[in-house]
Design a protein around this ligand. Structure first.
Ligand code: 26W
Length: 812
C-alpha cells in the first residue's frame, strides 16, 4: 500500500529502513484504519511493536529444530519484571538504527514511541527482575528454555505521592502491553480446585481421582523472546485465567444468571492482580489459588507435549528440568507426583525418582517472614489431592529422618514439611529438589550453615551457589549508549556484548587522562539528561553539578533506607550549624515502593518526603544539599537513572540481603558503591579491591555475635552526639507539622529496638561518606575508580550466571 511521506526523500533510507517504514504504515492502516499522520501515539507504538513482533516470529519460525532440543529448561516464576520490551527487542534484533531512521522519515521521534510503552511490571523487585534478565541470557546463549508466569491484568501498583504519603493506583498495563502477547487458544489447560478425593478400582488396583471439583481454564498468552547475536528464540508463557464456558452456559440455562456471572468473576480473579508483597508472605487463599493455577497449567502443558513426542513419561526427567524461582511454584512437586501417580499410574517410588530428578530450587531470601507456610485447613480444602500427596511426602521424609537420627525429635520438628498445622514450602523444596542454591556466596553459606543446616548435613552435594547476574546488554549497552560507544572505541570492538569479561579491557585506560575526561563528560551528560527528565516527569529541579547519590529498591526495614535518612539529617544539621563549611554539594535520590500493608515502610516514605521538604525550604543549604523522593520507581525509571548515578547505596544489614542486583547495575554504569559486606557486595569488593568501593559496618558474623550477646542501641545513641541529634530530630518533627517519634522510638526504646542495627553502623557509615566526598574532589581518582567499576563488572553479567546454572545445575 501507499505510505505517507512528508516530503523527506526515501532515497536517504537504507533498504531495510524503508521496509520497516512501509511495515509501520501498513500496520497502522490495517489495525487502526489510519494513515500514520492521523494515528495516535498509542497506535504508532502498537504498529511499531507489531513490526518488531513479526521479525521475532520470523526468527522463531526458523528455529523449530532448536526447540526439539534434547533437554529443556522450564523456568517457573510467579514474577517476571520485564519493564518495557520495544527497545530491548530492537537492540537484540539489531534494527534500532533502521527503526529510528524509518520513524524519523515519518516525522516521528523514536523516543516518543519508546516512552509510550507501559512497563510490564509483573513483579515486585529483585526476584522478578532477575527472571527477566535470565530469560534474555538463556535466549542469547541459545539454550532451549521456556519461562512461565501469570498474565496479571494489573501489574505492580503505580505509586503516587500525595501529601508526602504513598497512594497505590492500579496498573492496567495490558491496554497497550498486550501487543506482545499471542494467545494460544489451542493449548488451553483445565485446572481443578476443591472437591473431594474419590477412590476407585480398576484391574484390581485402587486409584484416586478428584470429584465435585470446580474448574478454571488457563489460557496461554505467549511472548516470544529474541536473543542477542543469535537466531535462537524462546517463549515466555503467561497464563490467563478464564471461566470455563460450558459450566457457565449450564448455569445460564438453569436460570442461575447471577451465580453464573459470580463464578465467572471468581475464576477470573486468579490472574487479576500481582500481590505487591515483597519478602513478606501472607497466607491468603487467593495467592495459593494463583500458585496452583500457574503450576498446574504449566505442568499439564509440559506433560502433554512430552507425551505427544515420547509416548511415555518414563524419561521425563531426562528431557526436562523444572526450575523453581523461590518457593512460590513449589506445588509443581506434588502436582507432578499427582500426574505420575493418578494419571500415569506409576507407583510412588518410580514417580518420586522422576520428580526428584526434575526439579531444582533457588532460594532468594533468608528473612523468616518471607518463608511461605500455608495453613493446613486452607490447603486441604482448596487442594485435597495435593494435600494427600504432601502428607505422604512428609511421612516418608520423617521416616527417613527418624531412621538416620532416631532420638532427635528437634530435628524432625525443624525439617518436617507439615508441622503444627502448617505446610512449609521451603522444606518440601529442599526435600524434593536435586539442587538447591543461594544467590551469592554469603547467602549460600547462610543457607548451608543456618536456614537449611540439617538438610545440608543430610545432602551436602545438593547445595550450590550461583551468584546473581544482570542482563548487561540492557543495563549497560542499551540504556547508556554514550558509555557503550566509548567502551567499544577503547576496547577496539563491541566484543563485550557477547563476552562480558572483555569489559576488563577498560582497566588499561583507567589511568589515561584523555579516557578519564571523556568518561567524566559522559556521566555529566547522563546527569543532565536525567535532570531534564525528572523536571518533566515530577516537576523537580536538580543540579547536575552536584553528586548524585542514589538508593532505589523496594522499601524494607532491612534495606535500611532509614540509615540513609539519618545520615542526610546529620549532613543537614552540620550544614545549618556551619553554613560556610567546605561541602561537596550533593543530591540524594531515593525511590522505593512500600507493600500496601507495610505500615513501618510507609512511615519511612512519609519521613523522606517531610525531610525533603524541610531541606527545600531552608535557604541555608540551598545549592548544597537536596533530597528527592522519586515517585513511582520502576524498571523504566531505573533505566534513566542508573547511567546518571555516581554513588550507589547498598546498605542493608549484613546477612539480610541475599544478593542484590541493583548494586551490579550501578557498578556496570560506573557508579561507586557505598555498602555493607552483604550479599553480592562482598564479591564486588573482592573483584574491585577495597580501594574501589566504600565498605562500612558490621559483617554478618559480627552482627550475629552482637545480637547473641544482647544488642543495645541506646549505647550508641548516648555516646554519639551526631547520631543523637539526628534521631532527636525525628521525634521533634518537621516544619510540615509531622513528627516521627514512633520511628525514633523503634530505634532506641522498646524491646526489641533497632532490629536492623542502624545505630551500630551509623558512625562507620558517616565516616565512609566523608571518604566518598573526599574521593569525589579528586577527579583523577574518582574517574579511575569509576572506570575500574565498569571494567570489573563482567562477572556480574547474567550470561555468566546462566552459564553456571546450565553447566552445574541444569545439565544442558
Ligand atoms: C511470598 C512473599 C514473597 C515475595 C517475594 C517472598 C519473597 C519474595 C522474593 C524472594 C523477594 C526478593 O525479590 N528477593 C530478592 O531476590 C533477589 C534476586 O535473587 C536478590 O538479589 C535480593 O537480595 C532478594 O531480596
Amino acid at each position: 500500500m501507499e505510505t505517507v511521506n512528508k516530503g523527506y526523500s526515501e532515497k536517504k533510507l537504507s533498504p531495510s529502513a524503508r521496509e520497516i517504514k512501509n511495515a509501520i504504515a501498513g500496520k497502522t492502516y490495517r489495525h487502526f484504519a489510519r494513515e500514520v499522520e492521523n494515528a495516535t501515539k498509542e497506535q504508532i507504538f502498537k504498529a511499531c511493536a507489531l513490526v518488531v513482533r513479526d521479525l521475532i516470529t520470523a526468527r522463531a519460525a526458523g528455529n523449530g529444530a532448536a526447540r526439539d532440543a534434547d533437554r529443556q529448561v522450564h523456568y517457573l516464576s510467579l514474577e517476571f519484571l520485564l519493564g518495557r520490551s520495544i527497545a530491548k527487542n530492537m537492540f537484540n534484533l539489531g534494527i534500532y538504527e533502521d527503526m529510528r531512521a524509518a520513524l524519523a522519515d515519518l516525522g516521528i521521534d523514536i523516543d516518543d514511541v519508546l516512552e509510550t510503552e507501559p512497563d510490564a511490571a509483573l513483579g515486585n523487585g529483585g526476584l522478578g527482575r532477575l527472571a527477566a534478565c535470565y530469560l534474555d541470557s538463556l535466549t542469547s546463549l541459545g539454550i532451549t528454555a521456556t519461562g512461565y508466569s501469570i498474565c496479571y491484568h494489573l501489574g505492580m501498583f503505580k505509586q503516587k505521592i500525595f501529601e508526602g504519603q504513598q497512594i497505590e493506583l492500579p496498573d492496567p498495563w495490558l491496554e497497550l502491553g498486550d501487543v506482545w502477547l499471542m494467545p494460544a487458544m489451542d493449548e488451553i489447560e483445565e485446572i481443578r480446585f476443591g472437591g473431594r478425593v474419590e477412590e476407585y478400582w480398576e484391574n484390581n488396583c485402587m486409584y484416586k481421582r478428584l470429584a465435585d471439583y470446580t474448574t478454571v481454564q488457563a489460557v496461554p498468552m505467549d511472548m516470544r523472546v529474541a536473543g542477542y547475536g543469535t537466531n535462537h528464540t524462546n517463549t515466555l508463557r503467561l497464563w490467563d485465567a478464564k471461566s470455563p464456558k460450558v459450566l457457565e452456559m449450564s448455569l445460564f440455562s438453569r436460570g442461575e444468571y447471577m451465580r453464573a456471572v459470580e463464578q465467572n468473576a471468581m475464576a477470573e480473579v486468579i490472574s487479576q492482580i500481582l500481590y505487591p508483597e515483597d519478602n513478606h508472605y501472607e497466607g491468603k487463599l487467593l495467592r495459593l489459588r494463583q500458585q496452583y493455577f500457574f503450576v498446574s497449567a504449566t505442568l499439564q502443558c509440559i506433560v502433554r507435549k512430552h507425551r505427544a513426542r515420547h509416548g511415555t513419561l518414563n524419561n521425563f526427567h531426562i528431557k526436562h528440568v523444572i526450575h523453581i524461582n523461590d518457593t512460590h511454584p513449589t506445588l509443581v512437586i506434588p502436582e507432578l507426583m499427582r500426574i505420575l501417580l493418578d494419571e500415569e499410574r506409576m507407583d510412588w517410588d518410580q514417580a518420586w525418582t522422576i520428580v526428584s530428578h526434575t526439579v531444582a530450587y533457588t532460594n532468594h531470601t533468608v528473612l523468616a517472614e518471607a518463608l511461605e507456610c500455608w495453613p493446613q485447613s486452607t490447603f486441604e480444602m482448596l487442594l485435597p489431592r495435593i494435600w494427600q500427596i504432601v502428607c505422604e511426602c512428609n511421612d516418608r521424609y520423617l521416616d527417613m529422618i527418624r531412621s538416620r537420627y532416631p532420638d532427635d525429635y528437634n530435628r524432625q520438628a525443624v525439617m518436617a514439611i507439615v508441622w503444627d498445622g502448617q505446610v512449609r514450602m521451603a522444606n518440601l523444596c529442599v526435600y524434593a529438589c536435586y539442587a538447591v542454591n543461594g544467590v551469592s556466596q554469603l547467602h549460600s553459606k547462610i543457607l548451608q550453615e543456618n536456614i537449611f543446616a540439617p538438610e545440608y548435613e543430610m545432602w551436602p552435594r545438593k547445595f550450590y551457589n550461583v551468584t546473581n547476574g544482570v542482563d548487561h546488554r540492557r543495563w549497560l549497552s542499551q540504556i547508556n549508549p554514550r558509555l557503550h560507544g566509548l567502551i567499544c572505541e577503547l576496547a577496539g570492538d563491541d566484543g563485550y556484548l557477547k563476552h562480558p569479561n572483555e569489559l576488563q579491557k577498560l582497566a588499561q585506560f583507567s589511568r589515561r587522562r584523555d579516557a578519564q575526561s571523556r568518561w567524566e563528560e559522559i556521566k555529566r551528560a547522563n546527569k543532565a539528561d536525567f535532570s531534564n527528565w525528572l523536571r518533566r516527569e515530577q516537576g523537580v529541579m536538580i543540579d547536575p553539578d552536584t553528586i548524585f547519590d542514589v538508593q532505589v529498591k523496594r522499601l524494607h526495614e532491612y534495606k535500611r533506607q532509614l540509615l540513609n535518612v539519618l545520615h542526610i539529617i546529620s549532613l543537614y544539621q552540620r550544614l545549618t550549624e556551619n553554613p560556610d563549611m567546605d561541602f561537596e554539594p550533593r543530591t540524594f535520590l531515593i525511590g522505593a515502593k512500600a507493600a500496601s500493608g507495610y505500615y513501618a515502610a510507609k512511615r519511612i516514605i512519609q519521613l523522606i518526603n517531610s525531610l525533603a521538604r524541610e531541606i527545600d525550604n531552608d535557604e541555608r543549604v540551598k545549592g548544597k544539599l537536596k533530597l528527592v523522593f522519586l515517585e513511582n520507581y520502576r524498571v523504566s525509571m531505573a533505566e534513566k537513572l542508573i547511567p546518571a548515578s555516581e554513588i550507589s547505596e547498598q546498605i542493608s544489614l549484613a546477612g539480610k540481603e541475599a544478593s542484590g542486583t541493583g548494586n551490579m547495575k550501578f557498578m556496570l554504569n560506573g557508579a561507586l558503591t557505598i555498602g555493607t559486606m552483604d550479599g553480592a557486595n562482598i564479591e564486588m569488593a573482592e573483584v574491585l579491591g577495597l580501594d574501589n568501593i566504600f565498605i562500612f559496618g558490621l559483617t554478618a558474623v559480627m552482627a550475629d555475635q552482637m545480637r547473641r550477646e544482647g544488642y543495645n542501641p541506646l549505647q550508641y545513641y548516648d555516646r554519639d552526639e551526631t547520631l543523637k541529634a539526628a534521631v532527636d530530630l525525628l521525634s521533634f518533627g518537621f516544619g510540615d507539622g509531622r513528627s516521627y517519634a514512633d520511628i525514633a522510638n523503634s530505634l532506641i526504646l522498646g524491646n526489641p529496638s533497632d532490629s536492623y542495627m542502624l545505630l551500630a553502623d551509623f558512625e562507620s557509615y558517616r565516616m565512609r561518606h566523608a571518604d566518598v566526598a573526599n574521593a569525589y574532589r579528586d577527579r583523577e581518582r574518582w574517574n579511575r575508580m569509576s572506570m575500574m567499576n565498569t571494567a570489573q563488572a563482567g562477572v556480574f553479567a547474567a550470561d555468566r550466571a546462566v552459564s553456571q546454572y546450565a553447566r552445574h545445575i541444569w545439565n544442558v
